[in-house]
Ligand binder design. Structure first.
Ligand SMILES: *Cc1c(COP(=O)(O)O)cnc(C)c1O
Length: 223
């Protein structure tokens, strides 16, 4: 993929974001477009950087290090979002690399991220991943445990929480989950909503998404 190809995909996507925001009386400026660069080829990454994009999402710490650690020295205005599960033994590396964490979902990891951010003197933002479909194999905190977990993060872990994130079950109406996540956020006085991927970001924006995570619609299919 070259610069013009990326730019076209990006402009198309941004246009749809603007339209969805308009349709729900929101400003598109309230919506952060995270380009999900996982498993993408180098020329796609280079094209997006050449086009001026600086906000990227990755779901694995090690893969993200390979793609971004050196580039961070060149591009000081990068913002990197971790959108995949995090293990305790990767927390130090993750805090070094990432600026925003979307998958905080248990006390141990909340505590570890908070401690490491202090140790590295790094400003980070955090979202709690909610398992809105209560799927047994999926990460995320159960909706029933959310209020207590937010309380834990804010008081015991001293980790400030910007909002909530979800990945709807594939075989269900995504809108139901977006609406539910919106309700949970409002109930807990949180404003950030990380929801919506290539197939459903317009829908997510109607339900208040502040961060959409878009991979294949920008870059094409993954290798
Ligand atoms: C891969 C991934 C995305 C992007 O998916 P696309 O369908 O390619 O837009 C978004 N969110 C998470 C958590 C992902 O793992």
């Amino acid at each position: 993929m070259g610069l013009s190809e990326f730019s076209e995909a990006f402009n198309q996507t941004q246009k749809k974001i603007n339209k969805a925001a308009d349709a729900s009386g929101r400003s598109a400026e309230q919506i952060t477009l995270i380009a999900v660069s996982k498993q993408q080829q180098e020329d796609n990454i280079e094209a997006s950087l050449a086009a001026g994009h600086r906000v990227f999402g990755e779901n694995r710490v090690q893969e993200a290090q390979q793609r971004w650690a050196a580039r961070k020295n060149h591009y000081h205005d990068l913002t990197l979002h971790l959108i995949g599960p995090l293990q305790s033994n990767k927390v130090a590396d993750a805090v070094r690399l990432f600026d925003v964490f979307h998958t905080v979902d248990r006390p141990k990891i909340a505590m570890a991220i908070a401690k490491e951010a202090v140790r590295q003197n790094k400003d980070i933002e955090c979202f709690i991943q909610v398992n809105t479909g209560d799927e047994p194999q999926k990460s995320g905190i159960s909706p029933d445990d959310l209020a207590d977990f937010i309380e834990f993060c804010q008081t015991e872990a001293d980790l400030s929480i910007n909002g909530l994130m979800c990945i709807p079950p594939i075989d269900e109406e995504a809108a139901l989950h977006f609406g539910f996540l919106n309700t949970l956020a409002a109930r807990n006085n949180l404003t950030g909503l990380s929801m919506g991927m290539s197939a459903d970001y317009e829908e997510a924006i109607k339900f208040g998404a502040t961060h959409v995570r878009i991979g294949s619609a920008l870059f094409g299919s993954r290798v």
